[in-house]
Design a protein around this ligand. Structure first.
Ligand code: HEM
Length: 256
């Protein structure tokens, strides 16, 4: 086999964002260890006297698993057998409708998160008790029956698309970044679900006063805003598709 040209190196946007994300993860870890961040996740909302869940550690473990998979793919021959032949790529007649489904699911989830954020803001700021109750009850429905299914569909179709097109799942940094950001977004959403349902239950039972579950209501607003930023970042990555191949993608391209 002819020698491959040398790998041009990791693109700067990957190094910079990787360093920033790594720094943030370490900061969260240090804060969690020092007990400054306090317990996080649904356990915190369920009852004030509970010690809290291990959501922060779960997230760190998840990021660790991704880092390990990324390293394994880049430096070993672990997934060299995928795709087995060029015929595994989707035919153009199939690729268009699959892309359409992906765009519909992902952009709709962005719209649904925007509505959720609006209702979370209304729930915190409205002085009309009925409006506040309606906002939290509606938000539970939106989270369970609109946002979660749509974002899971975007993830599933995105993976199918990546594997069925020359983009590949592990070949381009922008696809890898989308996979990572989407999984983290889904993980955080799942951690919020208990709190969202709890708030809807409280609202359905009676009036919500200004002071009721204020921490939980603020956390809903903050997480919705964070989710919206994540989804906007995902759309930007999809449209701009910043250049840069992984070591694995580079090897595959030159072998072919
Ligand atoms: C909610 C999260 C996501 C959003 C908002 C999103 C958004 C989009 C958008 C708007 C496009 C069309 C871009 C264009 O072709 O100009 C796109 C394409 C694409 N997405 Fe996603 N996406 C998401 C998740 C994912 C995931 C998890 C993967 C795979 C790991 C993925 C893989 C792809 C691929 C490979 C394409 C190009 C398909 C092709 O050229 O046929 N996406 N995405």
């Amino acid at each position: 086999m002819a020698d491959l040209p040398p790998y041009p190196g990791t693109p700067r946007w990957v190094t910079v964002s990787g360093t920033v994300i790594g720094g943030l993860v370490m900061l969260v870890a240090v804060l969690a260890l020092a007990g400054v961040a306090g317990p996080h996740g649904p356990g915190r909302h369920a009852s004030p006297d509970q010690a809290g869940s291990h959501a922060g550690w779960g997230l760190l473990a998840l990021l660790g698993v991704f880092a390990a998979i990324g390293a394994a793919v880049n430096w070993s021959g672990l997934v060299d057998r995928w795709p087995p032949t060029a015929s595994t790529t989707m035919a153009p007649q199939l690729r268009k409708p699959v892309l359409m489904a992906h765009i519909i699911a992902s952009i709709s989830s962005l719209g649904a998160v925007a509505v959720f954020l609006l209702l979370a803001i209304v729930g915190l700021s409205s002085t009309n008790g009925q409006v506040v109750r309606a906002a939290y009850i509606a938000n539970e429905l939106i989270a369970w029956y609109v946002i979660l299914p749509l974002i899971l569909a975007a993830l599933a179709i995105g993976i199918i698309q990546s594997l069925g097109t020359p983009w590949g799942l592990f070949r381009h940094y922008w696809v890898l970044a989308k996979l990572l950001l989407t999984v983290v977004t889904i993980y955080v959403l799942l951690q919020q679900m208990d709190g969202i349902s709890h708030m809807a239950g409280v609202a359905a039972d009676g009036a919500v006063t200004d002071a009721d579950l204020l921490g939980l209501r603020r956390s809903m607003r903050m997480h919705a805003a964070g989710g919206l930023v994540m989804l906007l970042l995902l759309v930007a990555l999809s449209i701009y598709k910043p250049r840069g191949m992984t070591r694995y993608g580079w090897r595959k391209q030159h072998e072919q």
